[in-house]
Design a protein around this ligand. Structure first.
Ligand SMILES: [Cu+2]
Length: 279
Protein backbone atom coordinates (compact mmCIF):
# COMPACT_ATOMS: atom_id res chain seq x y z
CA UNK A 1 0.00 0.00 0.00
CA UNK A 2 2.73 2.43 1.01
CA UNK A 3 4.78 1.69 -2.12
CA UNK A 4 1.73 2.29 -4.32
CA UNK A 5 1.18 5.67 -2.66
CA UNK A 6 4.81 6.68 -3.27
CA UNK A 7 4.58 5.63 -6.93
CA UNK A 8 1.42 7.68 -7.44
CA UNK A 9 3.11 10.65 -5.78
CA UNK A 10 6.17 10.25 -8.01
CA UNK A 11 4.01 10.03 -11.12
CA UNK A 12 2.26 13.25 -10.10
CA UNK A 13 5.55 15.05 -9.54
CA UNK A 14 6.88 13.98 -12.94
CA UNK A 15 3.72 14.77 -14.85
CA UNK A 16 3.64 18.22 -13.22
CA UNK A 17 7.20 19.02 -14.14
CA UNK A 18 6.75 18.00 -17.79
CA UNK A 19 3.42 19.79 -18.19
CA UNK A 20 4.91 23.07 -17.04
CA UNK A 21 3.39 25.72 -19.29
CA UNK A 22 5.30 28.81 -18.27
CA UNK A 23 8.58 27.10 -19.00
CA UNK A 24 11.44 29.35 -17.97
CA UNK A 25 14.02 27.02 -19.50
CA UNK A 26 12.64 25.98 -22.94
CA UNK A 27 14.21 23.21 -24.99
CA UNK A 28 17.08 24.48 -27.10
CA UNK A 29 16.23 23.06 -30.50
CA UNK A 30 19.57 24.07 -32.03
CA UNK A 31 21.71 22.50 -29.31
CA UNK A 32 25.05 21.31 -30.69
CA UNK A 33 24.83 23.65 -33.68
CA UNK A 34 26.73 26.91 -34.14
CA UNK A 35 25.35 30.19 -35.44
CA UNK A 36 26.59 31.04 -38.95
CA UNK A 37 24.78 34.34 -39.31
CA UNK A 38 21.81 36.37 -38.15
CA UNK A 39 19.94 38.42 -40.74
CA UNK A 40 17.69 41.10 -39.25
CA UNK A 41 14.73 42.06 -41.43
CA UNK A 42 12.53 44.61 -39.63
CA UNK A 43 10.35 42.73 -37.15
CA UNK A 44 11.97 39.34 -37.85
CA UNK A 45 15.43 37.85 -37.54
CA UNK A 46 16.62 34.86 -39.57
CA UNK A 47 19.13 32.66 -37.76
CA UNK A 48 21.31 30.28 -39.79
CA UNK A 49 23.10 27.38 -38.08
CA UNK A 50 25.27 24.36 -38.90
CA UNK A 51 27.80 22.15 -37.14
CA UNK A 52 30.82 24.35 -37.88
CA UNK A 53 29.22 27.78 -37.64
CA UNK A 54 30.34 28.74 -41.15
CA UNK A 55 29.60 28.13 -44.81
CA UNK A 56 32.24 26.20 -46.77
CA UNK A 57 32.58 25.18 -50.38
CA UNK A 58 30.81 21.88 -51.00
CA UNK A 59 27.73 20.46 -49.29
CA UNK A 60 26.31 22.49 -46.37
CA UNK A 61 23.54 21.14 -44.12
CA UNK A 62 21.79 24.22 -42.73
CA UNK A 63 19.29 24.73 -39.88
CA UNK A 64 17.16 27.87 -39.82
CA UNK A 65 15.06 29.65 -37.20
CA UNK A 66 12.83 32.66 -37.76
CA UNK A 67 12.44 34.95 -34.75
CA UNK A 68 9.67 37.41 -33.95
CA UNK A 69 11.76 40.30 -32.62
CA UNK A 70 8.83 41.84 -30.73
CA UNK A 71 8.19 38.77 -28.56
CA UNK A 72 11.57 37.04 -28.79
CA UNK A 73 9.84 33.80 -29.83
CA UNK A 74 10.23 31.63 -32.93
CA UNK A 75 7.70 31.15 -35.70
CA UNK A 76 6.49 27.56 -36.07
CA UNK A 77 4.26 27.87 -39.15
CA UNK A 78 6.31 29.88 -41.62
CA UNK A 79 7.16 28.78 -45.14
CA UNK A 80 10.61 29.67 -46.40
CA UNK A 81 12.64 29.53 -49.61
CA UNK A 82 16.12 30.73 -50.51
CA UNK A 83 18.32 31.77 -53.42
CA UNK A 84 22.10 31.82 -53.01
CA UNK A 85 23.86 33.97 -55.60
CA UNK A 86 27.49 34.46 -56.55
CA UNK A 87 28.52 37.71 -58.18
CA UNK A 88 31.32 37.06 -60.71
CA UNK A 89 33.18 39.77 -62.65
CA UNK A 90 30.97 39.41 -65.74
CA UNK A 91 27.88 37.49 -64.57
CA UNK A 92 26.10 35.99 -61.59
CA UNK A 93 25.09 32.43 -60.88
CA UNK A 94 23.43 30.33 -58.19
CA UNK A 95 24.21 26.77 -57.04
CA UNK A 96 22.46 23.47 -56.19
CA UNK A 97 20.13 23.76 -53.20
CA UNK A 98 17.21 21.95 -51.57
CA UNK A 99 13.82 23.25 -50.58
CA UNK A 100 13.50 24.39 -46.96
CA UNK A 101 11.36 22.09 -44.83
CA UNK A 102 10.48 21.77 -41.16
CA UNK A 103 13.11 19.71 -39.32
CA UNK A 104 11.92 16.29 -38.13
CA UNK A 105 10.52 16.46 -34.61
CA UNK A 106 11.29 20.16 -34.16
CA UNK A 107 8.87 23.03 -33.53
CA UNK A 108 11.02 26.02 -34.46
CA UNK A 109 13.74 24.65 -36.75
CA UNK A 110 13.67 24.44 -40.55
CA UNK A 111 16.38 22.72 -42.61
CA UNK A 112 17.83 22.43 -46.09
CA UNK A 113 21.14 22.19 -47.92
CA UNK A 114 23.19 24.43 -50.21
CA UNK A 115 26.16 23.24 -52.30
CA UNK A 116 28.59 26.10 -52.99
CA UNK A 117 30.69 25.03 -55.98
CA UNK A 118 33.24 27.85 -55.62
CA UNK A 119 34.22 30.92 -53.64
CA UNK A 120 36.69 33.80 -53.76
CA UNK A 121 40.04 33.59 -51.93
CA UNK A 122 38.81 36.05 -49.28
CA UNK A 123 35.49 34.11 -48.91
CA UNK A 124 33.53 36.94 -50.56
CA UNK A 125 31.26 36.86 -53.61
CA UNK A 126 28.10 35.17 -52.30
CA UNK A 127 24.79 36.58 -51.13
CA UNK A 128 21.71 34.80 -49.82
CA UNK A 129 18.12 35.89 -50.44
CA UNK A 130 15.53 34.40 -48.09
CA UNK A 131 11.82 34.70 -48.81
CA UNK A 132 9.30 33.72 -46.17
CA UNK A 133 5.59 33.85 -45.51
CA UNK A 134 4.03 34.37 -42.08
CA UNK A 135 0.25 34.54 -41.66
CA UNK A 136 -0.21 35.15 -45.38
CA UNK A 137 2.27 38.03 -45.54
CA UNK A 138 5.37 37.71 -47.73
CA UNK A 139 8.78 38.97 -46.75
CA UNK A 140 12.15 38.98 -48.50
CA UNK A 141 15.65 39.85 -47.38
CA UNK A 142 19.09 39.63 -49.01
CA UNK A 143 22.44 39.77 -47.28
CA UNK A 144 26.03 38.96 -48.14
CA UNK A 145 27.48 35.74 -46.73
CA UNK A 146 31.01 34.41 -46.35
CA UNK A 147 31.85 31.06 -47.95
CA UNK A 148 35.21 29.62 -46.91
CA UNK A 149 37.30 27.43 -49.20
CA UNK A 150 37.29 23.85 -47.84
CA UNK A 151 40.78 22.33 -47.60
CA UNK A 152 40.14 19.43 -49.99
CA UNK A 153 38.19 19.07 -53.22
CA UNK A 154 34.81 18.03 -51.80
CA UNK A 155 32.92 19.39 -54.81
CA UNK A 156 33.64 19.20 -58.55
CA UNK A 157 32.13 21.51 -61.15
CA UNK A 158 32.95 20.31 -64.67
CA UNK A 159 31.98 20.32 -68.32
CA UNK A 160 31.22 16.80 -69.60
CA UNK A 161 31.38 15.32 -73.10
CA UNK A 162 27.63 15.94 -73.55
CA UNK A 163 28.33 19.71 -73.44
CA UNK A 164 26.60 19.92 -70.05
CA UNK A 165 28.08 21.36 -66.87
CA UNK A 166 27.62 19.15 -63.79
CA UNK A 167 28.20 19.66 -60.09
CA UNK A 168 29.18 16.66 -57.98
CA UNK A 169 29.45 17.03 -54.20
CA UNK A 170 30.73 14.68 -51.51
CA UNK A 171 28.26 14.39 -48.62
CA UNK A 172 29.39 11.27 -46.76
CA UNK A 173 31.49 9.92 -45.15
CA UNK A 174 31.66 12.93 -42.83
CA UNK A 175 33.89 11.04 -40.40
CA UNK A 176 35.78 8.45 -42.49
CA UNK A 177 37.30 5.41 -40.81
CA UNK A 178 39.46 2.43 -41.78
CA UNK A 179 36.52 0.38 -43.01
CA UNK A 180 34.00 0.11 -45.80
CA UNK A 181 32.42 3.57 -45.52
CA UNK A 182 29.00 4.52 -46.86
CA UNK A 183 29.68 7.05 -49.59
CA UNK A 184 26.97 9.55 -50.52
CA UNK A 185 27.20 12.22 -53.22
CA UNK A 186 24.85 14.70 -54.86
CA UNK A 187 24.84 15.10 -58.66
CA UNK A 188 23.29 18.16 -60.32
CA UNK A 189 23.13 19.58 -63.81
CA UNK A 190 23.64 23.28 -64.49
CA UNK A 191 20.57 23.92 -66.63
CA UNK A 192 21.23 27.65 -66.58
CA UNK A 193 22.83 30.16 -64.20
CA UNK A 194 19.98 29.83 -61.70
CA UNK A 195 18.68 26.26 -62.07
CA UNK A 196 20.49 23.09 -60.95
CA UNK A 197 18.18 20.05 -61.13
CA UNK A 198 19.10 16.64 -59.71
CA UNK A 199 20.52 14.21 -62.29
CA UNK A 200 18.79 10.84 -62.03
CA UNK A 201 19.87 7.27 -62.82
CA UNK A 202 23.48 7.89 -63.84
CA UNK A 203 26.31 5.71 -62.49
CA UNK A 204 29.51 6.96 -60.87
CA UNK A 205 32.43 4.50 -60.98
CA UNK A 206 34.72 4.72 -57.94
CA UNK A 207 38.48 3.98 -57.68
CA UNK A 208 40.05 5.40 -54.48
CA UNK A 209 43.86 5.69 -54.50
CA UNK A 210 46.65 6.90 -52.20
CA UNK A 211 48.95 8.98 -54.45
CA UNK A 212 51.47 9.35 -51.60
CA UNK A 213 51.91 5.58 -51.34
CA UNK A 214 52.56 4.30 -54.86
CA UNK A 215 48.99 5.09 -55.85
CA UNK A 216 47.69 1.89 -54.26
CA UNK A 217 43.95 1.28 -54.21
CA UNK A 218 41.61 -0.63 -51.94
CA UNK A 219 39.38 -3.72 -52.28
CA UNK A 220 35.59 -4.07 -52.27
CA UNK A 221 34.55 -0.62 -53.49
CA UNK A 222 31.26 -0.37 -55.34
CA UNK A 223 30.12 2.13 -57.95
CA UNK A 224 27.63 4.75 -56.84
CA UNK A 225 24.02 4.40 -57.96
CA UNK A 226 21.01 6.69 -57.75
CA UNK A 227 18.51 6.38 -54.90
CA UNK A 228 15.15 7.83 -55.95
CA UNK A 229 13.96 7.94 -52.33
CA UNK A 230 16.20 10.92 -51.50
CA UNK A 231 17.78 11.86 -54.88
CA UNK A 232 21.37 11.11 -53.83
CA UNK A 233 23.93 8.55 -55.05
CA UNK A 234 25.30 5.80 -52.80
CA UNK A 235 28.17 3.32 -52.92
CA UNK A 236 30.78 1.56 -50.75
CA UNK A 237 34.08 3.37 -50.20
CA UNK A 238 36.86 1.16 -48.87
CA UNK A 239 39.61 2.97 -46.93
CA UNK A 240 42.43 0.71 -45.73
CA UNK A 241 44.55 3.31 -43.90
CA UNK A 242 44.51 6.92 -42.73
CA UNK A 243 45.94 9.69 -44.90
CA UNK A 244 45.16 11.43 -48.17
CA UNK A 245 42.90 9.61 -50.64
CA UNK A 246 42.02 10.64 -54.15
CA UNK A 247 38.59 9.29 -55.07
CA UNK A 248 38.92 8.80 -58.83
CA UNK A 249 35.53 8.85 -60.52
CA UNK A 250 33.95 8.20 -63.89
CA UNK A 251 30.52 9.57 -64.70
CA UNK A 252 28.27 7.41 -66.89
CA UNK A 253 24.85 8.40 -68.22
CA UNK A 254 21.77 6.15 -68.38
CA UNK A 255 23.07 4.43 -71.54
CA UNK A 256 26.52 3.87 -69.95
CA UNK A 257 28.38 6.43 -72.09
CA UNK A 258 31.31 7.86 -70.15
CA UNK A 259 30.67 11.62 -69.84
CA UNK A 260 33.71 12.51 -67.73
CA UNK A 261 36.70 10.75 -66.14
CA UNK A 262 39.19 8.01 -67.11
CA UNK A 263 40.38 4.68 -65.71
CA UNK A 264 43.44 4.72 -63.47
CA UNK A 265 46.15 2.61 -65.17
CA UNK A 266 49.95 2.17 -65.19
CA UNK A 267 50.19 5.09 -67.60
CA UNK A 268 47.42 7.25 -66.12
CA UNK A 269 47.67 7.83 -62.37
CA UNK A 270 44.45 9.80 -61.88
CA UNK A 271 41.04 10.53 -63.40
CA UNK A 272 40.22 14.07 -64.47
CA UNK A 273 37.07 13.69 -62.32
CA UNK A 274 37.81 13.17 -58.64
CA UNK A 275 37.00 14.14 -55.07
CA UNK A 276 39.46 14.22 -52.19
CA UNK A 277 39.42 12.94 -48.61
CA UNK A 278 41.88 13.11 -45.75
CA UNK A 279 41.56 11.60 -42.29
CU1 LIG B 1 31.23 31.81 -59.28
Amino acid sequence: MKLKFILVLLALVFSCSTDDDDNTNPVNEVEGLLLIKEIVNGDQTIELFNEKGMFETGYNDISIRLKDNATDTYFEDASLSWMPMMQMPTMQHSCPKSAITKADGKDTVYTGFIIYQMTNMDSSGWSLTIEYTIDGLEYSVTDTINVMQYENQNVASFMASDETRYILALIEPKDPSIAINDMKVGLFKMENMMTFPVVEDYTIALDPRMPGMGNHGSPNNTDLTFNSADNFYYGDLSLTMTGYWKLNLKLMNTTDDVLKGEDVTEENDASSLYLELEF
